[in-house]
Ligand binder design. Structure first.
Ligand code: GLU
Length: 513
């Protein structure tokens, strides 16, 4: 067993509440959760809300609701208890400055006082000299107003004045920062390429980088599992751990989730563009509502099954993976390097598999929120259960139910005109009358109905391919739906007769027209 599995594993999912949780974030949460459960460890939710400008009301609640809907319930986190809290960084703000100052004292960070105008000027001056996208770094810092270039007195005065006082990390010159990533293996950065990141802002709040490593340290996080976009920040993080004499956690950076076309990163706009959700739950952004898997009728477990395979595989052919199986098979070593294509058809396929595997009772209870009020009022549980039984194999999503099963709740109001014209003429009426009579005389079980109708057609040399499709159109309005005789049996004698009469009437009018 790997060493990490013997230690007390603590992982965190650390979203910033800047909007709804993107599906990539859900996958990050899932992998953290699976790794924690696999190792008997702890799954922590930490809310990284130090950037007040990007804070979005309701986003934290949305994140929690989504995790709970998916069953990825944190062991520790805001509202979940735990001894390492508070778990919201805004509630820990007094804690970070001391570490930034410690870094200054140790010579690994410095105060900077540049105004936004001065920073902009530096960038344009550098641009003019041919240095594109110039950064505040070991080349430019000597041209700026900071505690490395100003006298002690000046620094003291500027600090007292308190305008634009920030702390920046001081990148050492020409050093290799090397760390091991579970996916990317040996990663190296040269400090010459890294900027002097701000770690403490003018409002006294830490930036992501400082808060992130301080909290990972204080919360005794053993493994950081996060999106690939954070890989380059990791060099800064590893250096800060070193400067503070702390042991860094093990890093795992997850591959990107790509658009269905396989080209480019999946974005929040792709949902509307390609016609599928990219958020776990619906999110009202004010000017726009983003669709959610939950409201669009996806089963939470099917969604997790779909997501777990975006960037990881169990190393065998199994595709349908229960939560227990996912936990059993999960390992960081099996995460792949290349981006994973968001194949939406696959999400539908998984959902269908999960729907089919449910008992009728279970499926009905999950369908309840999607079934219209009128249907719930007009039809009892026993009837609904039978409808569910007949429709189970025909649903990809819970939301398909209302339309697909409507034939059980309402007589058709229109009929497939093309099909009717192709097959019907009033000469068939006499036979239809006999068939109706035979149906009425049967006990209305699917078998008896089928037996009575089919043997009459056979015995009289009448074409199944004419009468049966028409009969289906009488009952359903179109040629779709489950077995015709199952439908008739469930609708019951009165309803069948009434639909029959109404349809023959309508068919007559259609062919006359
Ligand atoms: N707050 C960061 C985010 O929103 C966390 C990144 C990390 O896990 O370190 O993704």
């Amino acid at each position: 067993m790997q060493e990490q599995e013997k230690m007390n594993v603590r992982v965190r999912f650390a979203p910033s509440p800047t909007g709804p949780l993107h599906i990539g974030g859900v996958r990050t949460a899932l992998y953290n959760y699976l790794f924690a459960k696999k190792s008997g460890g702890t799954f922590i939710l930490r809310v990284e809300d130090t950037d007040q400008n990007r804070y979005v009301e309701g986003a934290e609640q949305y994140i929690k609701d989504s995790l709970e809907w998916l069953g990825l319930v944190p062991d520790e986190g805001p509202g979940y208890g735990g001894e390492f809290g508070p778990y919201r960084q805004s509630e820990r703000k007094g804690l970070y400055a001391q570490y930034a100052e410690e870094l200054v004292v140790k010579g690994h960070a410095y105060y900077a006082f540049d105004t936004p105008e001065e920073l902009a000027k530096m960038r344009s001056d550098q641009e003019a000299l041919g240095f594109h996208s110039a950064k505040y770094d070991l080349r430019t810092r000597s041209m700026m107003r900071n505690s490395l270039t100003l006298s002690e007195d000046e620094v003291k005065q500027l600090k007292e004045k308190g305008e634009n006082v920030i702390i920046r990390l001081k990148m050492p010159e020409n050093e290799i920062v090397a760390f091991k990533d579970m996916v990317r293996e040996d990663v190296q950065f040269n400090t010459n390429e890294l900027d002097d990141k701000v770690i403490l802002k003018a409002d006294g709040m830490p930036t992501y980088h400082l808060a992130n490593i301080v909290d990972d340290h204080l919360m005794e996080i053993t493994h950081v599992i996060r999106g690939e976009e954070w890989l380059s920040s990791t060099a800064h993080h590893v250096l800060m751990y070193k400067f503070l004499d702390w042991t860094p956690p093990t890093f795992t950076h997850l591959p990107l989730i790509l658009k269905p076309t396989g080209k480019g990163k999946l974005s929040k706009r792709d949902g509307a563009k390609f016609g599928f959700p990219v958020f776990p739950m619906e999110w009202d952004a004010g000017d726009e509502i983003y669709a959610g898997f939950k409201e669009d009728g996806y089963d939470a477990k099917a969604l997790l099954n779909f997501l777990v395979l975006l960037g990881w595989n169990p190393g065998n052919d199994e595709e349908i993976l229960s939560m227990d199986k996912m936990i059993e098979y999960f390992s960081l070593e099996k995460i792949v390097k290349s981006g994973a294509r968001f194949d939406f058809e696959k999400a539908n396929w998984f959902n269908q598999q999960y729907i089919m595997a449910k008992s009728d009772e279970e499926l009905l209870s999950e369908l309840m929120p999607f079934i219209s009020h009128a249907t719930k009022q007009n039809f009892d549980q026993i009837y609904l259960l039978k409808v569910v039984g007949l429709m189970k194999e025909r649903l990809q999503k819970f939301t398909d139910f209302n339309d697909a099963a409507n034939l059980f709740f309402e007589a058709p109001s229109t009929y497939d005109e093309k099909q009717v014209k192709k097959r019907y003429s009033s000469e068939l009426d006499a036979n239809f009358n006999t068939l109706k009579m035979l149906a009425e005389q049967s006990d209305f079980s699917s078998e008896q109905l089928s037996g009575a109708i089919k043997s009459y057609l056979n015995d009289n040399g009448l074409k199944m391919g004419v009468y049966l499709p028409l009969l289906r159109i009488m009952m359903c309005g179109s040629l779709t739906g489950p077995d015709l005789f199952d439908i008739m049996s469930l609708l019951g004698k009165d309803e069948v007769v009434s639909r029959w009469d109404k349809a023959i009437d309508a068919f007559g009018k259609l062919v006359e027209a």
